[in-house]
Design a protein around this ligand. Sequence first.
Ligand code: FRU
Length: 493
Amino acid sequence: MSLHQTYIEKANSNIEKLRTKVADNHWRLQYHVASQANWINDPNGFVFYDGEYHLFYQHHPYSAEWGPMHWGHVKSKDLANWEHLAIALAPSENYDQDGCFSGSAIEKDGKLYLMYTGNTWTGENRDTDLKQVQCLAVSEDGVNFQKLDQNPVISDVPEGNINPNHIRDPKVWKNGEHYYCVLGSKTNEETGQILLYRSSNLTDWEFLSIAAKGEGNFGFMWECPDVFHLDGKDVLVMSPQGVKPEGDLYHNLHQSGYVMGTLDYDSGILEHGNFELLDYGFDFYAPQTTVDDQGRRIMVAWMAMWESHMPEKEFDWAGAMTLPRELKLENGKIISKPVPELKALRGEVVQYENSTLKGEKKIPGISGNCYELEVIIQAKIATNFGLKLRVDEENDQETVLSYNVKEETLSFNRDKAGSGPGGIRKAPAQLKDGQLHLRIFVDKSSIEVFVHDGEQVITARIYPSEQATAVSFFADDEIELVTVKKWDINGSI
Ligand code: FRU
């Protein structure tokens, strides 16, 4: 057996030992992808292959803290129900001995290729003492992966103003006859940038250009780039580290968003407009997309943030993925909607229409800790209104979503959400015909709020008590609850 295979089996058996215990934790998510135990971060290798969606993720199978990175693996026929598979990659070679870092997947000649970053520490300093090279692994069955003998396939640092240590996270795609890949990078003066490469066979790569580079308050390093064509535009999604807060924006440690324009495949330059966030919440990082057999562009992100307190670590797991979101271009902006397949997880509906409210009230049957809630509110004469989720009055817990009519913002307040970090995040959101439309996905320790069908999204992890199941609606003056619909969700990932 290869060393790689030996390491994979060792890692799998460690996860197997913890699996049942982790499943019992009351914060364990029911319909979001997570590893069966221990740490995960970025989604990797998201791909539609042989009729199924495959999703890999950065994974440390030996503790609930980040460590030498492996690739965990799940697959799904419908993006709603997922099956856990064996770990796909483990650090086993001299070029990836300290971690198989983030990357992507592509099909070629019927085989599934993973392109990832091999990380090696060369000294004590985690910022300067590292070597990052790009590698490939291949599979004929979509489950067992062999690293290529030609690895690493990109190891030299191109000439120019490119920091020699931080070059990672290949996202590969095909355009015409060629394969292309982008890498996250930074200049020697700590400005984020994206490197573009071209290949005719996936193994020989030619550096083309610095496709995009930050200006102004745009971070010291761009991680996890993703380039794709969407409704006539070229989009670069990336995760800039170190953008400074501006007003209500950029209060997380790192950000994830996109710029949009036109990629000239000859010059390798992306002409683009302004940076826009893909999510206004606390816990959204390193998004990655894929395109499926229906031509849909689907995105998944890590539902956590670097350095944030994750109380689930105490129960031998840490981190999860967001729900899969379909991206579309509308009025010059990307909107992200939960994929329609998630409706298959809905149980019976509890539904109310057209009731007025002033003050605060609970509605019979609208409660729980694992559900989808659709709410349409007519603001009428109120200036502040919203709902409280995961309420536990006995323990003074609540997570508050409130709309401020004057500011035109929706805020998410988790200061009293339970254990775990607090804070407030705000998304700009305008009423439409005086109405606010929300689709809210509550799982055991997460909330995702889709405003006006995905124009804005707010994602957060919260850690309430098990009995925090109440929901209440509030308004400082009269509002109309035009529609309130709740479906329990019966997921079992
Ligand atoms: C992003 C990131 C990537 C890197 C990976 C390591 O969250 O820092 O740039 O490849 O995580 O786990």
